[in-house]
Design a protein around this ligand. Structure first.
Ligand code: AMP
Ligand code: ZN
Ligand code: FE
Ligand code: FE
Length: 281
């Protein structure tokens, strides 16, 4: 059984529609896929319909933008009730922050001699959750950069010359919100970029002890072998589920093909068990 628990469609910053993503997952020989778009559930109905038609198990998910110590942390929420009012309003608040920061970033780029219109950027976003990758795509279209990677490296990365910050809840609060919505919380790519410095072993330990964090993503394209070994040791010590996933974004991230990393069936079974417990509590 091949299980990929972290993917994006074009309702956030992936490039496939939810149905295309499901078809490609089947073609890639996957049995279970979680759709985890950034800060929205908007792709789930279409993905669930396509999965039912094509015999794929679709795990409903979301990747929440959160922070700790002022730095960005991505939190995966699995099997949350999508009609939960508190979670719904938190996601709405995060998406509002996404929308509101775009003009500021466009203004920064204009100052840098790289003008873009609001329309050019919004045309790149097909759905609910707009992000820096859509600005990057508009920059590619104009010929300012060759690809998303170059746009991030030169201009859009956290602290970069065209970066403007946006609202995100504290990760501890976001874990609570996921739990109150009946979902299970897993920290995505905890040690990608400078994550090692903000999400220390002590921090993760506190999130487990005080907030019931259930897992961390260990096998992820952003983690090298040594990082994975260390995260796996931490997961074992803290009793965390160690998941694996591609973080697929279609053509938006070329190093993340579907199923390039997977979650062990035994770990997925424990995750499903945790969902049943959350739903019952
Ligand atoms: P935002 O959602 O606006 O905060 O933008 C961050 C998102 O951009 C991340 O969640 C990734 O999906 C994507 N991203 C980050 N770095 C890169 C990169 N170097 N190339 C392409 N996409 C990236
Ligand atoms: Zn993304
Ligand atoms: Fe992420
Ligand atoms: Fe992601």
């Amino acid at each position: 059984m091949r299980i990929d628990l972290h993917t994006h469609s074009c309702v956030s910053d992936g490039t496939d529609t939810p149905s295309e993503l499901v078809a490609k997952a089947v073609a890639a020989g996957l049995d279970v896929v979680a759709l985890t778009d950034h800060d929205t559930f908007a792709g789930l109905p279409e993905a669930q319909q396509a999965a039912a038609d094509q015999g794929l198990v679709l795990v409903p998910g979301v990747e929440l933008s959160t922070r700790i110590g002022g730095r960005s942390v991505h939190l995966l929420g699995y099997c949350c009730r999508t009609d939960d009012v508190r979670l719904g309003s938190e996601l709405e608040r995060i998406r509002r922050g996404r929308d509101e920061r775009i003009p500021g970033m466009i203004a920064r780029l204009a100052e840098l001699g790289l003008p873009l219109s609001d329309e050019e950027v919004s045309l790149q976003a097909h759905g609910a959750s707009i992000g820096r990758p859509h600005i990057a795509d508009a920059m590619v279209q104009r010929g300012y950069v060759a690809n998303r990677d170059e746009a991030f490296t030169r201009y859009l990365a956290d602290g970069g010359p065209a970066f403007v910050d946006r609202y995100a809840p504290e990760v501890a609060d976001a874990i609570d919100v996921v739990h109150r919505a009946g979902g299970v919380a897993v920290i995505a790519h905890p040690w990608s970029r400078d994550g090692r410095n903000n999400l220390t072993e002590e921090t993760m330990s506190a999130l487990v002890a005080s907030h019931g964090l259930e897992g961390i993503e260990v096998d992820h394209p952003d983690h090298d072998a040594a990082t994975r070994a260390e995260l796996r040791r931490i997961a074992t010590r803290l009793g965390l589920l160690a998941t694996g996933s591609s973080d697929y974004h279609g053509t938006g991230k070329t190093r993340n093909p579907l199923g390039v990393e997977t979650t062990a069936p035994a770990v997925f079974a424990l995750l499903q068990h945790a969902v049943v417990q959350r739903r019952a509590s």
